[in-house]
Design a protein around this ligand. Sequence first.
Ligand code: ISJ
Ligand code: GLN
Length: 818
Amino acid sequence: MEATAQQRRRLYRILLIDSHDSFTFNLVSLFSDLSIRPQITVITSDKLLLVSSDLLLALVLRFDAVVIGPGPGTPVRTATLGDSDMGGIPRVWETIKSASRTCELIIPPPVVIGICLGFQWMLLDNGHRVVRLPKPRHGLVSVLDVCEQGKSDMFSGLDDKPIECVRYHSLHVVYDPKVAGNDDYIPLAWSSDCHEEGEKVLMAARHRRLPYWAMQYHPESICSEYGSEVFENIFSLSAEHTSSRRAFIDHFLSPTVEPQQAPPQPQLHLRTRILAEDDVPLTRHLRQAHYALPADLDVSEFVVTFCEYLHREFGEYALLDSAAAPGQWTYICCKNDTTKNFTYFIPDDFMTVEQFDKKNQRQTYRVKDIDDVWEILAATMDVTIDSFTDTLSSKTIPISQYPTFFGGMVGYVSYEAGVVDGLGLSVERESDASVPDIDLTYYERTLAIDLERKILYTQSIEVGDGYDSHGTTRDWEQKVQALSLAAIENVRATRAETETSSDSGASTGSITDQRRRVPKAVRLPVADDYRAKIDQAQGYLASGDSYELCVTDQTIITENPGVADAADNITPALADELESAWWLYKHMREQSPSPYAMFYSSSATTLLGMSPERFLFWDDNLQSCELRPIKGTVKNDGHETLASATRKLSTPKERAENLMIVDLIRHDLAHFCNSVKVSKLMGVETYKTVYQLVSAIQGTDFRPGVSGIDVLRGCLPPGSMTGAPKRRSVELLQQIEGHRRRGVYSGVSGYWSVLGFGDWSVVIRSAFSVGGCRAGREREWRIGAGGAITALSDRDGEWEEMCVKLQSAMRAFPNAEQ
Ligand SMILES: C=C(O[C@@H]1C=C(C(=O)O)C=C[C@H]1O)C(=O)O
Ligand SMILES: NC(=O)CC[C@H](N)C(=O)O
């Protein structure tokens, strides 16, 4: 077969140096769509320190272009104090320069492109100064003032169009025309909003003689214009240089053999399953039945009553509850003999598994010497499905309308698990009573409720007829159906009662509940401490170490120990704790309902989730996923309308906060997906207590070997809870927050379905318990709240915003409110 001209063309090799920034992979996405047939190698700048000088020369020679990407920190310290913000970039730079200067053989340099930190480094090295901006510009848009020289260079063909560019910088280059001679850079564009900055800021430059270009702004941002055109121009302006350089290098080194296809990017692979001995995969049968619920039924009330009936019959359960729009599905997981709870604490090398035996006794064992927790979880999820029965289908429901959760893992992953696993950083160990960093329960019997169409599905993953201590799957289905009918009746009867007595269901309860509802102690955030944290954060924003920091604080509510009630199979105090947690959940759901509500109780903790924010949804079958970050909050207290909230959320400050996270998520997703698109940019959504600015980012065409769980793992912790760039911001937040663990707060909760779907929310506006009778100490509830701090943030406004968010969860604890 004859190769096409495009295939015959040589790969254009780009070495992209990443200074642990959260925008680097947006450059990978941008380059991938260019006409040069790129092959991109990303290396972090600190790894370059490990490469010997000879190897570095050989490495650099092989690339057509070296891109010095953006990053936190400053290039200045490196030049004077040898600090580490630049990693091995100065060595690469020296290698490029010395190869073309001092060898007998003058090797033509590769094309070099510097972006933001890279730009600052290149001009600093050339003798210009780099100083702080009067006010940092993070996520803000400027219009470029393109010089005549720029119009015939990297901005050519753009016909004097105003070019909007996004800026993420605290430092800038003071261009000094006196740095004369052949080795200087020529300005190509300035910022045009000098009225705000006091002076024009240099935005783009090129070397007078060599193929070096540099940009202060971020051409890869979703809100920057003409990013592709600018790079096409640079690669075409340097095409002649590149081809003569290739001929020169080929003459001395054997020409490189082109691989048929670009090698896959390094990825996390969960496909290599490690099976525990008792986890030999069995083929399972999926069984599903569905029933129409009465059209006039208040499904939200039904869910609560139904859970209570199910609890009495089958014991503990988990609830993934779409308690408010736009949620469509509510899932209830029922315990049976195959239910297994997995808990893991950082940095243990074992995982604890808990299962109930046929006599309903807890059995606990450890999986030891594990390298990777997720491999163990993946082994349990490795369910081979051989058949599917839809037993009671009266009419055909299109497959797109079927529930996506059909059993699998439900639970949460803590913030710290993401910090350690996703970012490779370390965290301090929790001293006393702590909650697991991963707490997931595997369920094979689940109920799905389609709230829009009012349909109840019973779903099971069974071997044989699914017989266990609760009977066969069929027995279970029949019991569930009978319970659902009883719950429907109960909802109707309660409705009729409340219409006459005006009493709300959530406010009824035992004496024990009443006592518990008066907390023993409440520790709230202190305004001055919070303001001090904001100041500290803004110091880091001014120095260029971060562009946005999501600062948080925690509230601790210590419960009054209740009076023990008797209950079957579980100790009285435990039953009491469960009952009171459920009461709190119902109250929270009534006060601040949200689309990602969750009631999840394991032996170590209980999570009362009321998150409005989807973290990640994935579909392995379609190889697609979606993230929906929220950034930008306005109180909804009855005085605000959607229109007035939209006005408040349209300010540069709010938009910048959101934009930074959108760019960060595009970068995170580009590690796993060949295509990343923003399907919604900064829409305003209404919730019961707040208005929020929400964006949606979609990733499709997963890279080879990737499935949704890899995306989840690799994108933790959620960027909306860290700020950008993620890694450096997390380190700074550890200092700002006094190395206090956030725990479940700021982590993610949701499901991982055996059908290849996952849906996870960010744990915010929620409470989780620490201690309790099984830990032999008082139970306390922790509620985290915080907000993104940018250079434009105002201390009092941020304190108020945090309080609004805190109150949405505090409402569950009526006597604890401020
Ligand atoms: C930090 C919280 O929320 C995060 C911060 C937001 C903001 O700064 O506007 C909005 C949603 C969340 O991503 C919280 O609720 O505690
Ligand atoms: N985005 C960047 O590369 C920022 C560079 C540098 N840290 C600054 O704030 O100016």
